[in-house]
Ligand binder design. Structure first.
Ligand code: FAD
Length: 387
């Protein structure tokens, strides 16, 4: 497995154990069927509790059943899951960073006790409803709103492109609170079996096919006051969750690229043309050399991000740079790997084209490549260029 500058040597025992557990899990339970899931547009939902049992959902949180592992261990976990498929890593990212994290950071004691153990064990599935049909890159324009009604709120609006919404038990829905001055954005825990909630599946995807994506319709949905996340108000709520998830993506994308690289490296040794393996041609070696270099650079950025996060110095702009760079790298390099596999490379028998297709989603969600460019532009010049 590619580890060109011996990063493995610095891992502690727990980090190795978590990485190996994830690697063995995907090899045994997911890899054999992942091509079929991708073709059929399905997710292996029967593995959701098993992933919980193995500690794949937010193990970097502390308490309520979460072991508080190092940020490097968490990153390695995301890397191994995405080395199998971005759909698998998306499952863990949404459940951990986008659902458990906001409950952990902003929830009441009752909300934490009710949801965190269940979500951590994969006994319940969560989803994160921020994006709307008319508001993607600019979520602060959201139109979903909550109005106070007796002891609770009534929610109206629609969310789209929501990972796992059709199979979720609970949605973290971000909505404007119309009862408060300036209508701040607040987080609501919405059980999906409440009257007025619909979660239609989006089926026409050509990317991230081994992941369930849907909408959330909210039509006069009543939720009690105790379902509001009390600890946060404003866009800081959803944006801070996205920072957590993007951290995992920066690591995960390296896994996808590494897997595509390994497939290409093997193929270059096995496939013979003109009387010998294609790996003896300088053109093919040049591709492998460039891929290995780009993967290694992205890996180094991910490891540095883990150090910053561990000591509390990681800023959103650091995450923007890593998400932006590492996903672009994985998108580019999985295409090169695909190309090295010739005609076989366009099938689901090999991983590179699946990773390449997945990367179109990963490049787009959690802040598009363009939006992260603007975040960096603002950081470097002090001038925001969003509008
Ligand atoms: P738009 O914002 O309409 O962007 C269209 C294009 O315009 C993009 O290229 C963009 O970069 C560009 N653009 C926009 N603004 C600017 C600007 N100021 N300057 C320059 N260029 C600009 N959302 C959730 O809330 N929860 C989820 O679980 C979730 N899962 C997803 C799963 C999948 C498979 C996909 C595809 C998306 C998911 N999303 C989710 C939504 C995702 O975050 C949005 O698609 C993303 O934020 C982009 O929004 P948009 O699709 O509306 O594109």
């Amino acid at each position: 497995m590619l580890d060109f500058v011996q990063l493995e040597a610095d891992l502690d025992q727990e980090e190795r154990m978590i990485r190996d557990t994830a690697r063995e899990f995907v090899d045994e339970h997911v890899r054999p069927d992942i091509g079929d899931h991708f073709e059929e547009g399905t997710f292996p939902t029967e593995l959701i509790p098993k992933m919980g049992e193995l500690g794949f959902y937010a193990p970097n949180l502390e308490g309520y059943g979460s072991p508080n592992v190092s940020e490097t261990a968490y990153g390695l976990l995301m890397q191994e899951l995405e080395a199998c498929d971005s759909g698998l890593r998306s499952m863990a990212s949404v459940q951990g960073a986008l659902v458990m994290y906001p409950i952990h950071a902003y929830g009441s004691e009752e909300q934490k006790e009710e949801w965190l153990p269940k979500l951590g064990q994969g006994e319940a599935v969560g989803c994160f409803g921020l994006t709307e049909p008319e508001h993607g890159s600019n979520p602060s324009g959201m139109e979903t709103y909550a109005t106070e009604d007796g002891d609770g709120y009534v929610l109206n609006g629609s969310k789209t492109w929501i990972t796992n919404s059709p199979i979720a038990d609970v949605a973290v829905v971000w909505a404007r609170d119309r009862s408060a001055d300036e209508e701040p954005v607040r987080g609501f825990l919405v059980e999906t079996d409440r009257d007025g909630v619909t979660t239609n599946k989006i089926t026409e995807k050509l990317s991230l096919r081994a992941s369930i994506t849907g909408e959330i319709g909210l039509n006069d949905v009543s939720v009690p006051e105790e379902n509001v996340l009390p600890g946060v108000s404003g866009m800081k709520g959803p944006l801070s969750c996205l920072t957590q998830a993007r951290y995992g993506i920066a690591w995960g994308a390296v896994g996808a690229a590494r897997d595509a690289f390994e497939e290409a490296r093997q193929y270059a040794q096995d496939r013979e043309q003109f009387g010998g393996p294609i790996g003896r041609f300088q053109l093919q070696q040049g591709k492998l050399a460039e891929m290995a270099t780009q993967i290694t650079l992205a890996q180094l950025l991910a490891y540095r991000l883990a150090e910053l996060k561990e000591r509390g110095d990681m800023q959103p702009q650091h995450v923007s740079m890593a998400k932006r760079n590492n996903v672009r790298m994985a998108r580019d390099q999985s295409r090169v790997a695909r190309e090295m596999l010739g005609g076989n490379g366009i099938t689901t028998d090999y991983s590179p084209m699946r990773h390449m297709a997945n990367m179109e989603t990963v490049y787009t969600y959690e802040g598009t490549h363009d939006i992260h460019t603007l975040v960096l532009g603002e950081e470097l010049t002090g001038i925001p260029a969003y509008q």
